[in-house]
Design a protein around this ligand. Structure first.
Ligand SMILES: *Cc1c(COP(=O)(O)O)cnc(C)c1O
Length: 388
């Protein structure tokens, strides 16, 4: 169905930070399938785990215990500081649906509102679409499920005004991804924690894009040192195999009873075997540290590039703001990079009309980042209005 514009490239193979299309052209992947392939393409440990599991056991349903999902839940719980429980889903939107249902069950009747921020992105199902603070995306699908409210991003006073007795939870990204790569100030996140504590409201972080090392910590909210009640994740968890997870503190998770929520596929053996391999490699490679270091390097190189007016983000989730003199050319530049019009072919994404999002593999090399920055510099220098 025409839910995406017609694609111009068909990819047939990937290895590390490289992709190849059906005509044999090579690309440098600086997008990772939207922050998904954080270990690069065709990672051998993930490939081996999938191949072995596909010959051992694919699916039996969640009526039975299986090998990998308990191990994955324990690892995630450890990365989040312990004391929690995990529900597995198949995507980010589904992980957030679980969080929203958990918040409603926790708050009880009449205390069911989920407050989220304008400019946020939480998914495309009807409930997560309403949690998504982008009213233009809502219009065609009204009426949306009731019980969502939006506040100004990073404005503690507006949040406080909106926390009445009907609110069960606050749902936030620590860095808004789809909204343009906007990091929340750490003081804001600490204030949100205090406001929620005073009122017995759950603080839920949507770490679907920012989690699992991407932002230079295991989870982006950890930069602020706040302890969340609920954390959702998905994108990088399977390195391309669909799997999502909703973690909650045990006292919160315990409000769910058998029958309250369920999934046929969530946490099934194939996806869980991939997630287990991903987390093992991520820990062995210390990907948060690698993302922090590589992110600093990439940010410096980008900031020194003519045509770039600013770089925002954390770790290896970066938004590259283009010089206003060039106009709203992010999509054009991304098209030029993909076609290799001025150098190497590079995969990136126009996250706003004037900003390009970069989210390379967390194992990206300095040479690969240099190559991407050179291609971007050449593409920007070729724009009408470019200085020098
Ligand atoms: C991508 C994303 C989602 C939705 O994930 P899907 O797997 O596409 O459903 C939700 N929240 C955030 C922050 C995301 O970046």
């Amino acid at each position: 169905m025409p839910t995406y514009p017609p694609p111009t490239v068909e990819f047939v193979r990937g290895e590390g930070s490289r992709l190849w299309d059906s005509e044999g052209n090579e690309y440098l992947d600086m997008l990772s399938g939207l922050a998904v392939t954080s270990l690069g393409h065709s990672h051998p440990a993930v490939a081996d785990a999938l191949a072995a599991q596909s010959r051992r056991l694919l699916h039996v349903s969640n009526l039975f215990a299986t090998e990998h999902n308990v191990a994955v839940a324990r690892m995630l719980d450890g990365l989040l500081g312990g004391g929690g429980q995990v529900f597995f889903a198949n995507s980010g939107a589904e992980a957030n649906e679980a969080a929203i249902k958990l918040a409603r069950r926790f708050g009880g009747r009449g205390r069911h509102v989920v407050v989220s921020a304008f400019g946020s992105f939480h998914g495309r199902t009807l409930a997560t679409l309403h949690a998504t603070g982008q009213p233009a995306k809502h219009e065609a699908f009204q009426p949306l499920p009731e019980g969502f409210r939006h506040v100004t991003w990073a404005d503690p006073e507006d949040l406080e005004r909106n926390l009445d007795d009907s609110v069960a939870a606050v749902l936030l990204e620590a860095v808004q991804g789809e909204g343009g790569v906007n990091p929340a100030p750490v003081e804001y996140l600490r204030t949100v924690r205090e406001l929620c504590d005073e009122r017995g409201i759950l603080l839920m972080f949507d770490e679907v894009q920012t989690g699992l090392g991407r932002c230079g910590r295991w989870f982006a909210h950890q930069h602020a040192g706040v302890r969340p009640d609920v954390v959702t994740m998905a994108k990088a968890l399977g390195n391309g195999v669909p799997i999502g997870a909703c973690w909650a503190r045990a006292e919160v998770a315990s409000v769910f009873e058998p029958g309250d929520h369920a999934t046929t596929f969530g946490g099934q053996p194939l996806a869980a075997s991939a997630a287990r391999a991903v987390l093992e490699v991520m820990q062995a490679e210390d990907v948060p540290l690698r993302a922090a270091r590589a992110g600093e390097y990439l940010r410096e190189r980008l900031s020194a590039t003519p045509g770039v007016s600013g770089v925002r983000g954390m770790g290896l989730l970066l938004g590259v703001e283009l010089d206003p003199a060039l106009g709203a050319v992010a999509a054009t530049v991304v098209g030029d990079l993909l076609a290799g019009r001025h150098g190497s072919r590079v995969v990136a994404n126009a996250v706003t009309p004037t900003a390009i999002r970069l989210a390379p593999s967390l194992l990206v090399s300095d040479a690969e980042m240099d190559e991407a920055v050179s291609a971007l510099a050449a593409a920007l220098a070729a724009r009408p209005g470019a200085v020098g």
